[in-house]
Design a protein around this ligand. Sequence first.
Ligand SMILES: NC(=O)c1ccc[n+]([C@@H]2O[C@H](COP(=O)([O-])OP(=O)(O)OC[C@H]3O[C@@H](n4cnc5c(N)ncnc54)[C@H](O)[C@@H]3O)[C@@H](O)[C@H]2O)c1
Length: 273
Amino acid sequence: MKAVVIGGGTMGAGIAHLLLANEHQVWLVEADAERANAGFLGVKASLHRAEAKGKLKDRDADELLANLTVAEPPADAELVIEAVPENVPLKQKVLGFAAEKCPDAILASNTSSLSISEIAAGLPGERVLGMHFFNPVPVQQLVELVHHEGVDPANVAKARTWAEEMGKTVIEVRDSPGFATSRLGVAVGMEAIRMLEEGVASAADIDTGMKLGYRWPMGPLELTDLVGLDVRLAIAEHLAAELGPRFDPPQLLRDKVAQGELGKKTGQGFFSW
Ligand SMILES: NC(=O)c1ccc[n+]([C@@H]2O[C@H](COP(=O)([O-])OP(=O)(O)OC[C@H]3O[C@@H](n4cnc5c(N)ncnc54)[C@H](O)[C@@H]3O)[C@@H](O)[C@H]2O)c1
């Protein structure tokens, strides 16, 4: 299949890696030549890491990389996936460009929180859907397939088949704030923070409770540290605005973000790293 990835940052490079490792041809589109080169090097590094770990089966990283082109998308592309920053007008702009260049392609957004219906407005909506990958893309099993009212169900079925053929497990979600994963993940994370705030248990004990009692691979507070407290606060604020006060972020989360305790990336969150 000929696929186009728009945006070669963390997620775009991972998506390109996944497509290449599954024998697809990939066109990478970036904002300018310098960032295109950085995106190309990101994909290359990712494929070489996988090769070193024996994850490419019998394939050679450089051989797969030969199927990556940094150029304008071809007219006969079947799938376009955008992974540009989280901003509706920007996503509309890049998908609008792809819609014209690739008249038959499915136009997928990797947004983790924006409304697919909103992104689809002004675009050929029957071709637009959400394909929400998780970081790191080559490793994480899940793809959340998000559909809005105007999408052609045949396109949802095609996107599901491609994702499954690349070894992913698909869940289908109606376009709604936070989709399925962020909404539930943030709800549990916020409640864990409120419990800490109320002195119900220590951070370590709250996490151990969920790991040993419910077989979670990681506790909700450790996960918040990994995602970034600032990132989670922004998602909670978005969900509170869309779904109501049950998603209002706890004061403790606001305080920690204000103090610069953003989790693993700053060395301090609910735990010290
Ligand atoms: N990082 C994650 O864990 C994660 C997980 C799931 C979904 N997402 C979503 O994926 C998307 C991308 O996130 P990311 O973390 O990869 O961001 P990132 O900042 O690492 O990458 C974004 C890339 O888009 C490029 N870009 C900007 N404007 C462009 C344009 N006009 N044309 C082409 N390229 C352009 C940038 O140069 C950059 O390389 C966001 O919508 C985000 O919400 C992120």
